[in-house]
Design a protein around this ligand. Structure first.
Ligand code: DX5
Ligand code: ZN
Length: 217
């Protein structure tokens, strides 16, 4: 079983100290930095935007994995890519034409990701897989860190793994929400773990290495 990748979500980091936090997770062996962008409309919470992504890019030794939880992402993808997003993930529910937005993300030079709310059927995104470099399975309702893992979403990961193999695609599967040492085992078919609370509430290196070494339960 190959080593998993870990993308700590800076939503759980010290926002007054983001440069040090990112350097610390990089030193602790993190693979990517997960950046949660919320607009107060698609989700009830408001977090960070384009200027912060631009500043993070200047100091981050790790790729920026930007998760857009915003309405009409087509209005902003160009700016998020110019700001330095390496992976840019949109919600299938947030736009009328997700295929067009994914194509645009790739044309603008970033890796394209699709994601879905827990209540959205996987069928909504299956036709989009050939346009994606990353598929993000949400295991909490998007909007806040520190929520409990939703076990009923795990079947989506298994199904995606089969579809990606069947279609001979190379997109990565990422899982986000309530990930810790135990829930990571349940999601062992994912390639990338996003973890906020689990990483930032303990020794970063221990948390990151534990997730990277995940084996099936
Ligand atoms: C939720 C965000 C997550 C969140 C994960 O809307 O997409 O990335 O920060 O936090 P934890 O790992 O604490 O559930
Ligand atoms: Zn996220």
């Amino acid at each position: 079983m190959s080593k998993k990748m870990v993308a700590p979500s800076i939503l759980s980091a010290d926002f007054a100290n983001l440069e040090n936090e990112i350097k610390a997770i990089a030193a602790a062996g993190a693979d990517w930095v997960h950046v949660d962008v919320m607009d107060g409309r698609f989700v009830p919470n408001i977090t960070i935007g384009i200027p912060v992504v631009k500043s993070l890019k200047k100091i981050s030794p790790l790729p920026l994995d930007v998760h857009l939880m915003i309405e009409e992402p087509e209005r902003y993808v160009e700016e998020f890519i110019k700001a330095g997003s390496d992976y840019l993930t949109i919600h299938v529910e947030s736009t009328k034409d997700p295929a067009q937005v994914l194509k645009r993300i790739r044309t603008l030079g970033a890796k394209a990701g699709i994601t879905l709310r827990p209540g959205t059927a996987l069928e909504e995104i299956l036709p989009l897989l050939p346009l994606c470099d990353l598929v993000l399975v949400m295991t909490v309702e998007p909007g806040f860190g520190g929520q409990s893992f939703m076990h009923d979403q795990v079947a989506k990961i298994t199904r995606l793994r089969d579809e990606i193999a069947r279609l001979r695609l190379s997109c990565l599967i990422e899982v986000d929400g309530g990930i810790n040492a135990d829930t990571a085992k349940i999601c062992h078919q994912a390639d990338v773990y996003v973890a906020g609370n689990y990483v930032f509430s303990q020794d970063y290196a221990t948390a990151i290495q534990t997730l990277q070494a995940t084996q099936p339960s």
